[in-house]
Design a protein around this ligand. Structure first.
Ligand code: NI
Length: 169
């Protein structure tokens, strides 16, 4: 499995971080703000819509988002407090799984509570792309990848493809 390497974190090339449950952020301080800014910069550079701590080898509960039509957001120690019963299909990709795209079914709307980089608590209800990105990034904090949400046969096909990529690089 290919994982993106970010210059500011040479340890990032370990796929094990992607499979672990991230621990809580203890202090929202200058160091964490610096990390959040670096994550936003990486997300911009990679033209991603979201990036979670474990993707840069940081096993902390933090992710950033930039959904289309929305501002850039930082979520620290988030909790998804509600999801809609209505589910929708939407094509997902992941900076940690380059070249892999698949339709994933998830709740259409979510309500999430978190803290921002200033240490301020907030709650938002999201739908559309933002709801999708939030759920995808939240999964990263739990060690879950979007391919885990696919039917078993489809997931196996993708894993075989990733294995092949790994052998040729
Ligand atoms: Ni991802």
């Amino acid at each position: 499995m290919k994982v993106l390497c970010f210059e500011n974190n040479p340890q990032a090339c370990s796929d094990t971080a992607l499979r672990q449950k991230a621990g809580p952020v203890k202090n929202i301080d200058d160091e964490l703000r610096k990390t959040a800014m670096e994550m936003i910069e990486s997300m911009r550079r990679e033209r991603g819509v979201g990036l979670a701590g474990p993707q840069i080898g940081l096993l902390k509960r933090i992710f950033v988002t930039h959904a289309e039509g929305d501002s850039e957001r930082v979520f620290i120690n988030p909790t998804i407090i509600w999801t809609s019963q209505e589910q929708v299909k939407y094509e997902e990709g992941c900076l940690s799984l380059p070249g892999i795209w698949a339709d994933v079914i998830r709740p259409e709307c979510v309500k999430i509570q978190a803290w921002n980089e200033k240490g301020r608590a907030f709650t938002i209800e999201a739908s559309g792309v933002l709801a999708r990105v939030i759920q995808h990034e939240y999964d990263h904090l739990e060690g879950i990848l979007f391919i885990d949400r696919l039917p078993e046969a489809k997931k196996e096909k993708i894993l075989a493809k990733l294995q092949k990529q790994k052998q040729t690089t």
